[in-house]
Write a protein that binds this ligand. Structure first.
Ligand code: SF4
Length: 213
């Protein structure tokens, strides 16, 4: 168990980042949990801006799990090609939608346990969907949450699942989604991978890396 001081530090970090980033909602555009699931699968190794460009047309062409499940694979590949790794993504989406129909009546399940049984859906994707579409708390450990939480000193782990469990211990459950969204925005704007802008960082005093340099 992490100590009380770490929880207090986390509370300060959440307070400071929430002030800095009042609108920390996810950058992927969606209007249903199903659209968010598709967009999140497409966002692997791709920017949210590019995914949004692609989904603008994609969500008009494919409106339900059935549309993807019955899609011609090559045509679907072409439709999502700009997001990269399009062959794997197309296969995951088509097969995932077939399973959604066969096992969940075409509806996105509302539990992590069920979501991760779908092709192309890991814990990160599942937590993004749960937290942002269903308001069920989840910590999505993407590349930004991975890097920023390690730099701050909230975890020493390198494996995303272990990081998720470390963070679940020290962040209040009702703030899991908010916390990961805040770290994602902070990682994009300030705590960049190559050169973190520690001089401009509002959480520097609670950050192990920032307070050492
Ligand atoms: S102080 Fe630097 S390393 Fe720490 S969170 Fe801020 S930008 Fe990142």
């Amino acid at each position: 168990m992490k100590n009380q001081a770490t929880r207090v530090r986390v509370a300060e970090i959440i307070r400071a980042l929430s002030k800095e980033i009042p609108d920390s909602k996810i950058a992927l555009k969606f209007s249903t949990p199903f659209e968010l699931l598709i967009a999140t699968i497409l966002s692997a190794q791709c920017t949210d801006i590019k995914v949004n460009e692609v989904t603008r047309g994609l969500f008009k062409k494919y409106r339900s799990a059935k549309d993807y499940a019955e899609a011609d694979l090559e045509e679907l590949e072409e439709d999502i090609r700009p997001t990269g790794f399009y062959k794997n993504k197309a296969k995951s989406i088509r097969n995932g939608c077939r399973e959604l129909i066969a096992r969940f009546g075409g509806k996105v399940p509302r539990t992590l346990k069920e979501l991760v049984t779908l092709p192309g859906v890991g814990r990160k994707t599942a937590n993004v969907v749960l937290g942002n579409a269903f308001r069920i708390p989840g910590i999505a450990v993407d590349t930004h949450v991975h890097r920023v939480s390690r730099r701050i000193g909230l975890t020493k782990q390198d494996d995303p699942v272990k990081i998720e469990f470390d963070l679940m211990e020290i962040v209040p459950e009702e703030q899991w989604t908010l916390f990961s969204n805040l770290l994602i925005w902070h990682g994009r704007k300030i705590c960049a991978a190559r050169k973190p802008l520690c001089d401009l960082c509002v959480i520097r005093k609670w950050c192990d890396y920032g307070s050492k340099i």
